[in-house]
Ligand binder design. Structure first.
Ligand SMILES: [Zn+2]
Ligand SMILES: [Zn+2]
Length: 541
């Protein structure tokens, strides 16, 4: 999708559920979103980038009960944990909020009231799982049983091991209480429903125009074609956003979680000192392009439930949903309970964050499954970052530093200009297609070109020659430095720290993070002093 240049852009990354530590499966969404935002800024767009912790729902309440603490304690612990990981990885949100904030409570109440006023919410008696032993209703994760669609073991609200379908309260078969293990019964109780079925026609046409990746659009279209059942949007819980006028019910976590995108926008703009209704430019007045980065497991919520809710409440609609494929570890399904997991914190203790960022986007294309293995990680670092990129930077910069000390004079050659332009065009096309692997391939292709250019021209012979040989040598080095500078700009979104190091070695005085793509074609300045080169990456064994 091409974003109109004059529009504001709002990019969101799915909200991590703060009930445990960050693992590589999470990063599959956050790292590409951060790369996307950094590159949009390089392309000249005005972007805000937000995310936050998803703090409500039953898993957190269950964890808190098991530990004998309040949900706030669990939320606080992992909220801070995720913030630390994002900082370490240079995933730079403009704002990282949490859905239990005052403004998210207010915004959720307002939206639910709008939906009620619009006639999209109704009361209905419904069967709810109830535990006679514990004497309580068992919302969502409080109950386990069998999926009515595929027969797999399922959670109360989701067939997580089988077909992946969202389950409504009362749908699960052979329900058991998650707390005490006894068989649960179904009891009738009055709940509130969102009339999702009323949005079938709207969703069919909306999905036709929705940008983003095909996997998201196609999956959602299939759902709309089959059937849209109304959603039960209330739960018997203490922890959450109260349903308006009912002290005994909170709204389902999937109501207030995406509304976090709106309240975080409000919170950010308030923090920046903008007018009270500045957020409305993004969420009411269609002045912004709204782009959601999510994992494929929450397409249903983002492409069906969320736009219907926004439409019903009179809000702006997202323009694109970009869904990353799931992560496997050594070919096996990712599973925390089975120990088949790679924790972000452990990874970052051992390796540079940029190598992880690089790996995540190059190991597979964005919408495909990513199969993590240490072998493949080592190979990418050694064969690509060390052998191609690190090698180019070190060879060129060492030669230039030793023999010239500063950027020499000379024209940028036509073939070098052409190679840079091609790389730039390929990067922009990859951005429009959300092909982050192709984006890196284009930039690495330029580094590859740089290596062969340097090798072919043999500046180490020229430097020992006569006057004209030495002049030719200067031109070669000027061009090699220009290639290096361009590679730096193109790869900064992927490896911000490492590219800042090269930028410094090149003697650039500007901030690489603020540098726009326009800078690619402006010649590196003659006479600019170079700094002592250092190896960029270490071989891993
Ligand atoms: Zn199922
Ligand atoms: Zn029980």
């Amino acid at each position: 999708m091409k974003i109109p240049q004059d529009k504001l852009v709002l990019v969101t990354s799915a909200l991590p559920y703060v009930n445990g530590e960050c693992h590589i499966g999470h990063l599959r969404t956050y790292v590409p979103a951060d790369i996307y935002v950094r590159m949009l800024r390089k392309m000249g767009y005005k972007v805000i980038f937000i995310s936050g912790s998803d703090t409500h729902g039953t898993p957190i309440v269950l964890s808190a009960e098991a530990e004998g603490v309040t949900p706030e304690v669990v939320v606080e612990r992992y909220h801070e944990h995720f913030k630390r990981i994002f900082k370490a990885l240079n995933v730079n949100f403009d704002y990282y909020g949490r859905t239990d904030s005052v403004s998210n409570h207010k915004r959720t109440e307002e939206i639910v009231e709008n939906l009620i006023a619009g006639g999209y919410v109704y009361k209905k008696k419904t069967k709810q799982a109830y535990c006679n032993t514990c004497g309580r209703f068992l919302p969502d994760r409080y109950v386990e049983g069998r999926c009515p669609y595929c027969g797999a073991i399922a959670r109360g609200d989701e067939c997580d091991q089988g077909c992946g379908k969202h389950l409504e309260p009362g749908e699960i078969e052979e329900p058991r209480c998650k707390i005490c293990g006894s068989a649960a019964v179904f009891k009738e109780q009055e709940h509130f429903f969102f009339k999702l079925s009323a949005f079938a026609e709207f969703l069919a046409s909306y999905l036709d125009t929705l940008g983003g990746t095909l996997n998201a659009r196609n999956y959602a279209k299939e759902w709309v074609k089959r059937e849209l059942r109304d959603w039960c949007i209330t739960r018997n819980l203490e922890w959450g956003v109260k349903f308006p006028g009912r002290d005994d019910l909170v709204v389902y976590v999937w109501v207030d979680a995406p509304i976090g995108y709106i309240s975080f926008t409000e919170e950010l703009l308030r923090e920046r000192g903008e007018k009270g209704d500045a957020w409305a430019r993004y969420w009411k007045d269609n002045e912004a392009t709204i782009i959601h980065f999510i994992g494929t497991d929450i397409i249903y919520h983002h492409c069906i439930f969320w736009p219907a809710m926004l439409k019903g409440a009179g809000y702006s609609l997202p323009s694109a949903v970009i869904a990353s494929g799931m992560v496997k570890i050594n070919g096996k399904t990712f599973s925390k309970s089975r120990g088949n997991v790679v924790w972000a914190a452990e990874f970052l203790e051992r390796f540079h964050p940029d190598t992880l960022r690089y790996y995540i986007v190059t190991q597979s294309s964005h919408t495909k499954e990513l199969d993590f293995s240490w072998d493949s990680f080592f190979m990418r670092v050694n064969n690509e970052l060390v052998a191609i990129l690190g090698n180019l930077a070190y060879r060129v910069l060492t030669f230039a530093y030793k023999n010239f000390g500063a950027v020499p004079g000379g024209e940028i050659e036509e073939e070098v200009k052409a190679a840079i332009e091609t790389a730039r065009d390929d990067v922009i096309r990859a951005m429009e297609d959300y092909e982050f692997k192709k984006l890196v391939d284009a930039a690495m292709g330029l580094a590859d070109f740089g290596n062969s250019y340097f090798q072919r021209e043999e500046p180490w012979h020229l430097i020992k020659g006569g006057e004209s040989d030495r002049r030719r040598c200067a031109t070669i080095i000027k061009n090699a430095l220009q290639i290096m500078k361009s590679v730096c700009i193109l790869l900064e979104p992927v490896m911000p720290e490492k590219m800042a190091e090269v930028w410094y070695q090149l003697g650039m005085k500007t901030d690489i993070h603020e540098t726009k793509l326009e800078e690619l074609m402006s010649p590196i300045e003659e006479g600019q002093k170079l700094n002592k080169p250092k190896m960029l990456f270490q071989r891993l064994n």
